[in-house]
Design a protein around this ligand. Structure first.
Ligand SMILES: [Zn+2]
Length: 183
């Protein structure tokens, strides 16, 4: 057996495994499904249409987590540099932040609920505070422009982020699990 043959058969084996093993990213939408999802947003009644389009593009094209979308603020956008800046901290007392703070105190006895709330909202990790280019497509730019013309911040709760995606998936008739992280 030559090295080349061995290498290629190893590669073939890996390839087969990658085709047969279930991966967490298996729920990821294809480009076609994502287009259908965006198309379906237009069929949702106001104010769900602009909100859903924003959620889908923020999750699917900017890679924002649901918690980040729910805490999105128009001030995060730097239109001069065409960047979206996710801050390390944003004062917030929403229901989601309260629940997260409670959870943090159960894992850390020295942390009071008040202290945990003072740190809220913050992204998942310190490294999650980041700048994301927004000049990826005209469609994305227009969506952000229209959304921030209408809203100063995402107007609904953390759970609404998931509900918007579910509504779009149903309207687009996409089978399987569709949720923000899958976008
Ligand atoms: Zn919050």
């Amino acid at each position: 057996m030559t090295d080349d043959y061995q290498q290629s058969s190893e590669w073939a084996q890996q390839h087969r495994e990658s085709l047969t093993t279930r991966h967490t990213h298996e729920d990821v939408l294809t480009d076609r499904e994502f287009e259908l999802l965006l198309e379906a947003c237009s069929s949702l009644p106001e104010p769900k249409d602009p909100q859903t389009r924003f959620v889908c593009l923020a999750a699917g094209r900017l890679g924002l987590r649901a918690g980040e979308i729910a805490h999105f603020h128009a001030e995060w956008l730097d239109w001069d540099r065409m960047l979206l800046r996710i801050p390390q901290h944003e004062p917030c007392e929403c229901g989601y932040c309260r629940r997260q703070a409670t959870q943090e105190t159960t894992h850390n006895e020295e942390l009071t609920h008040e202290e945990a709330m003072e740190a809220r909202w913050h992204p998942k990790t310190v490294a999650s505070a980041r700048s994301i280019p927004i000049d990826l497509s005209l469609r994305l730019e227009l969506c952000l422009e229209r959304f921030t013309n209408q809203y100063e911040a995402f107007p609904r709760s953390r759970s609404a982020v998931n509900r918007r995606v579910t509504a779009a998936a149903e309207a687009a008739d996409i089978d399987g699990r569709v949720y923000p992280h899958a976008l």
